[in-house]
Write a protein that binds this ligand. Structure first.
Ligand code: 3H9
Length: 692
């Protein structure tokens, strides 16, 4: 099938239609097809003007991301856009849906742009660790000014058709027939006889614009020292101001090509494809359809339950928030209202939207209020007895076909399902706190969860604006199970000789926003302490601090000191002396660790646990684990997540280090799992390990 159709409309107009489903990415055959077509219609004396349109919902989603890192196939996108821009006959883009990345750059190289009302235009390359590489950094500043263009490319967010028109990015917004409007405009340009390039190559940059750009660029580089594409973007935009067009293009191209090979972009491209792969649920085909969800109920109006109810309301789904008694319900509803009011005050929510959302959240006392719900999310106290009581009651109350979900973080979803006569309808929906903000949703597949319940849960998660990832049943599922390994490793490092601030610094330097100890102090150490006491687990340093009433920020002291309500902790000699004493008691000779050693000792045990999770089939693919840690635990996306990061290190190194730590500490649980040993021997990577 031709990926580019060429039609001579017989009115002096040639229509080139891109047909490369699902999103018309500019893969090599599309580029070749367009280049040939432009040359051919350029030679055709019956053609005076050209329109480029596309089939389907999207205009063009950009370059084909899958081609990056592979040997180049000509024509390159910049070469194609050069051909388009230099066409003697005006070329007009007719844009419906998304014109992203190279798709928008293609439109920018055309001499006219007409959009439909559903159009969205943007240059999201920054999110892939890249910069626009087909003229975007040169053409957009010429249209918008350097500072606004830099801002748009830096956040990578698209603008809608109306905004695009207001900004002068497009010539017309066609309310009716998009193609007819584009055809008419193309012929109009041909009749005007103006040199088409006038519109793309000339730019005027004021002193004020330049100053604004320089200030924004300096700030952006300061904030993202680990992302080479931010500095590259600034350089390319500066070139747009300072250099002739072709030289600016050359600067952009050179930066783009070096970024394609940079590990940060490889990692972010991995994340892009990981997010798409997460939607493929093992063993479940497209024929499985979701159940309709028109009404939800959330049980428990605590911080978690309230946040989950807010997520439903934000997605426009009416939700009943249920408590056991009126006072707790009112407190919960009050918290929800206060959260929305705070958003209004900050300006991130309009009063009208707040009212709309509050109107979708109804409070009720007693589980009977869940009778009409299509999905019921239990967010009650984390105790098996409590959950068993609730699911037993829901079994009587919920309507047939309702999905019964638990928001448990650790408990056995199969045991919860067994409290009902309909275990196929039971699933785990593990939201992360704050539930209305955090993107991750672990969808826990029980042994008997029905395929359509999983599909519904997955689609519901997406509707709630979350990133759902399917996981299996085990203590802590994927995220918290791996977190436990990091916490143990952090304690082990403290006793071996590292200090909290050294470990936190190594972790923030790696790219996390916070280190494990600053995080524990922020969240409150008493939570983990309570769980450990219930399960018989030990964390010598944290336990000792908790016994001294040092829970973290809320008590002014934890791993660090927080004098007078300070939010950033300072080193505390008392904590450090306590750690030294505990090392001594355990007969450990303290030594110092380099940041690299700290990272290896903290993260290799996590990688090992991830591999065990894969061996057990708790996660379907290594990239699912990456998504969980990036979206739920702040693992820096530019390293691709723990498993992708480990792939880059090599398993011979990781296996040797784990063996060494296991021998040194005498902890056999740290020995590399069979999968890691196999990878170390074969030189293979986790990226190729799927659903063992
Ligand atoms: C670029 O353009 C560089 C240039 O500046 C310079 C070049 C020299 N390539 O997301 P969905 C696939 S960089 C390849 O589930 P939606 C996607 O993998 C690019 N494949 O649908 C999936 O495949 P599968 C800048 C792509 O409706 C399928 O299409 N552009 C591409 O939720 C459906 O995708 C971007 O960064 C692509 N460019 O969302 C835009 N795009 O079914 C990236 C999609 O096998 N794309 N696929 O899993 C998006 O933002 C969303 O995909 C889009 C559709 C909004 C378009």
């Amino acid at each position: 099938m031709d990926l580019v159709r060429v039609e001579n409309r017989g009115t002096g107009l040639a229509l080139l239609t891109i047909a490369n489903p699902p999103v018309n990415a500019l893969a090599a055959p599309v580029r070749a097809g367009l280049a040939e077509a432009i040359v051919a219609v350029g030679r055709d004396p019956s053609v005076r003007a050209i329109v480029i349109a596309a089939d389907g919902k999207a205009f063009v989603a950009g370059a084909d991301i899958g081609e990056f890192g592979k040997p180049p196939v000509s024509p390159s996108l910049p070469d194609l856009l050069q051909i388009i821009e230099q066409s003697e006959k005006p070329v007009v883009a007719a844009i419906q849906g998304v014109a992203f990345g190279g798709g928008f750059e293609l439109a920018l190289a055309c001499h006219g742009r007409i959009v439909g009302p559903d159009a969205r235009l943007g240059l999201p390359e920054i999110k892939l660790g890249l910069i626009p590489g087909a003229g975007g950094t040169q053409r957009l500043p010429r249209l918008l000014g350097a500072a606004p263009a830099f801002a748009m490319m830096l956040d990578g967010k698209p603008v809608n058709a109306f905004k695009a028109l207001a900004l002068g990015l497009v010539d017309q917004l066609a309310d009716g027939d998009l193609l007819a409007a584009a055809n008419a405009y193309a012929l109009e340009l041909a009749d005007a006889g103006q040199s088409p390039q006038v519109r793309t190559r000339v730019g005027r940059f004021t002193t004020e614009d330049r100053a604004d750009f320089e200030a924004a660029a300096a700030e952006a580089i300061r904030r993202s020292p680990k992302l080479p594409n931010v500095a590259a973007l600034a350089e390319a935009v500066r070139a747009a101001m300072d250099l002739p067009f072709d030289e600016g293009l050359a600067v952009e191209r050179a930066r783009f090509l070096s970024l394609v090979d940079d590990p940060t972009s490889k990692a972010l491209r991995h994340v892009f494809f990981a997010e798409r792969a997460a939607g493929r649920i093992p063993g479940i085909g497209k024929e499985v359809k979701a159940r309709p969800i028109a009404q939800a109920a959330v049980i428990g109006a605590g911080t978690m339950g309230g946040g989950i109810a807010m997520s439903f309301a934000e997605a426009g789904i009416p939700v009943t928030l249920i408590e056991v008694e009126e006072a707790a319900l009112q407190t919960g509803l009050g918290r929800v209202r206060a959260n929305y009011e705070a958003s209004c005050k900050r300006g991130s929510l309009s009063v009208e939207d707040m009212k709309k959302r509050l109107g979708l959240i109804r409070g009720a006392v007693g589980l009977e209020a869940a009778a009409d719900a299509d999905v019921i999310v239990e967010a009650a106290f984390e105790e098996m007895g409590v959950k068993a009581g609730i699911f037993g009651a829901l079994d009587r109350i919920a309507k047939p076909g309702a999905i019964l979900a638990t928001n448990t973080s650790y408990l056995d979803v199969n045991a919860i399902a067994a409290c009902t006569s309909r275990p196929a309808d039971v699933v785990g929906l593990h939201f992360f706190s704050p539930a209305n903000i955090m993107r991750l949703l672990e969808v826990v597949r029980g042994a008997e969860t029905a395929p359509d319940v999983l599909v519904t849960s997955f689609e519901l998660g997406r509707k709630l604006g979350k990133l759902p990832v399917i996981v299996g049943v085990c203590h802590g599922f994927v995220g918290n199970r791996i977190l436990a390994k990091r916490s143990q490793a952090a304690e082990r490092l403290l006793l071996a000789g590292a200090l909290p601030h050294e470990i936190d610094a190594a972790v923030t330097d790696f790219g996390f926003r916070m280190g494990p100890f600053a995080m524990a102090d922020l969240a409150g150490q008493d939570i983990g302490w309570r769980v450990r006491k219930a399960t018989g687990a030990r964390a010598p340093v944290s336990d000792a601090l908790c016994e001294m009433g040092r829970f973290g920020q809320k008590t002014g002291r934890g791993f660090y000191l927080y004098p007078e309500g300070a939010r950033k902790g300072t080193r505390d000699p008392e904590t450090e002396a306590l750690i030294a004493r505990l090392s001594e008691e355990q007969g450990i000779a303290r030594r110092s660790f380099t940041p690299d050693e700290i990272i290896a000792r903290l993260f290799y045990p996590m990688v090992n646990e991830g591999a065990k999770i894969l061996e057990e089939g708790i996660a379907a693919r290594a990239s699912d684990i990456d998504l969980i840690w990036i979206n739920g635990y702040n693992w820096p996306a530019f390293t691709g997540g723990p498993m992708h990061w480990a792939d880059g290190i090599g398993f011979d190194r990781i296996v040797a280090a784990l063996d060494e730590i296991a021998t040194e500490t005498g902890e056999d649980s740290l020995r590399p799992t069979a999968l890691l040993r196999r990878l170390a021997e074969s030189g293979e990577v986790l990226a190729n390990v799927v659903a063992l």
